[in-house]
Design a protein around this ligand. Structure first.
Ligand code: SAH
Length: 446
């Protein structure tokens, strides 16, 4: 057992959703502890000058605490905020964005309250779980315990689409009945590694992906027939082969075992095809809120040339194209770029051009006028090549969508010599977790 520090007062929440305690000169990050709560904390480990601990004894409860829906939320690590009331979650997300802008960009910005969901549960349209066998030979599935490869069995998950759990339970039963072995990480033997389920929000479509170690495993046809018999809501089953000893879930080889191999879903009236490995926003309700919020910031007049940088499968650019003169979408990932072209064809959008390149490299070689920039970079944010070229080009308006308040603040700080920040609004794409998505708008100073 680690050392216990008694009577610690939690004063804040870290960006990872852990309680922050100041103990003399030391900082302790503690799971499941919230501001205003006092606890005895057991120190688990020390990394980069910070202590990490867990609650040994809790002395008082924050008034923001609620009973979580999920029993394992304290150990699974997926839902850092499930023990907080939804209004408190939104309050802390707003605060995090405000503080990042003050601390990193030195801007005292007005941050609008984080926009939440009416029903913040069961929103995830992509569910992936590892399968394994316990000591008694029973198949188990669930989530890895935080920072480990120990599977914690789950009945159902509070943030995932409710259609997933009954299918996972029947897969477990079928594996046992048909004696299909699950993958063993230590020996590298066995067949089924993960099951991935993707659901459509707007259509009655649902995809099951079986991630296996070998193509055409014995009993495959019976297994798939029986599964779709028991669950007619499954519209397609795909096998994905991943035989490598790795933490990456999907491999490169794929075979459709049932149905078309993809599902479709809509965002703001456009239809997108989703395959086993496509990138697609995981919260189908809030993605519409997020995009509406971002696109409302552009007073479209059908005359604008819009650059959609870090465009993924082209979703936001395709929606923007309806009201712009032209959109240029830049994405570095080849398969996302290919999907984006198909998505444009499917939706008959022809005033959009797709470029597969590094956004910074592309913009520094692009010599035509750009009126509006929409940028949605990954967690690491943008880079100096990209941002300095934006400044050289004097693009009038920037709509920045970010999934990381700290890199957003860094990039806004960099732009602030030439740009004025006039709108910041977090949108809750990931209720129950500490993740924060933000829409910001910057205008070129006169
Ligand atoms: N705008 C999209 C996707 C955002 S995710 C949506 O709303 O769905 C960020 C995207 O940036 C990813 O698709 C990633 O592949 C891409 N990306 C990462 N680094 C990049 C770079 N240097 N240049 C261009 N695209 C990049």
């Amino acid at each position: 057992m680690g050392k216990i520090i008694y009577n610690c007062l939690c004063t804040d929440i870290s960006s990872e959703g852990k309680g922050v305690v100041k103990n003399g000169k030391d900082i302790i990050f503690c799971d499941g502890l919230f501001p205003s709560e006092k606890a005895d904390i057991e120190i688990m480990y020390h990394r980069a000058g910070v202590y990490f601990g867990k609650v040994n004894k809790l002395h008082n409860l924050s008034e923001d605490r609620i009973q979580p829906k999920c029993k394992i939320c304290t150990s699974c690590g997926g839902c850092q905020y499930q023990q907080l009331s939804y209004s408190a979650q939104l309050k802390y997300k707003t605060k995090r964005v405000k503080e990042a802008l003050t601390r990193i960009a030195h801007i005292d910005a007005k941050v609008l309250p984080c926009l939440g969901m009416d029903n913040p549960y069961n929103y995830r349209n992509k569910i992936q779980v590892p399968f394994n066998k316990d000591r008694n030979g029973k198949v188990k599935f669930g989530f890895y315990k935080e920072n480990s490869h120990i599977i914690m069995p789950i009945k159902e998950c509070a943030i995932e689409d409710q259609r997933a759990a009954p299918i996972l339970w029947d897969i477990k039963l079928l594996l046992e009945e048909m004696n299909i072995p699950c993958y063993n990480e230590d020996s590298g033997k066995g067949i089924l590694r993960y099951v991935l389920i993707r659901t459509s929000h707007h259509y009655k479509e649902l995809m099951v992906v079986l991630v296996t170690t070998q193509l055409n495993f014995p009993g495959q046809r019976n297994f798939v027939n029986e599964l779709v018999n028991r669950h007619p809501e499954i519209t397609t089953v795909v096998e994905n082969v991943n035989s490598r000893h790795t933490n990456v879930i999907l491999g490169n080889q794929e075979k459709t075992l049932y149905g078309s191999g993809h599902i479709k879903d809509d965002i703001l009236g456009l239809t997108f095809e989703i395959s086993a490995s496509s990138f697609f926003q995981v919260n189908p309700v809030q993605v519409e809120t997020l995009y509406t919020c971002a696109l409302n910031l552009i007073d479209f007049s059908k005359k604008e040339v819009v650059l959609d940088a870090y465009s993924g499968v082209g979703t936001i650019g395709l929606i923007a194209a309806r009201n712009a003169k032209k959109v240029i979408s830049v994405e570095i990932n080849k398969s996302a770029h290919k999907n984006a072209i198909e998505n444009a064809k499917r939706n008959n959008v022809d005033n959009i051009e797709f470029v597969c390149d590094d956004a910074g490299k592309f913009i520094s070689n692009y010599d035509k006028e750009i009126d509006v920039l929409i940028m949605d970079p990954p967690r690491s944010g943008s880079d100096e090549t990209f941002l300095s070229t934006v400044m050289n080009k004097k693009i009038k308006k920037i709509v920045y969508i970010s999934c990381n308040p700290e890199t957003l603040a860094r990039d806004i700080g960099y732009l602030s010599s030439m740009y004025e920040l006039h709108y910041v609004k977090p949108v809750d794409m990931f209720p129950m977790t500490a993740h924060v998505e933000t829409v910001a708008c910057l205008r070129l100073k006169e």
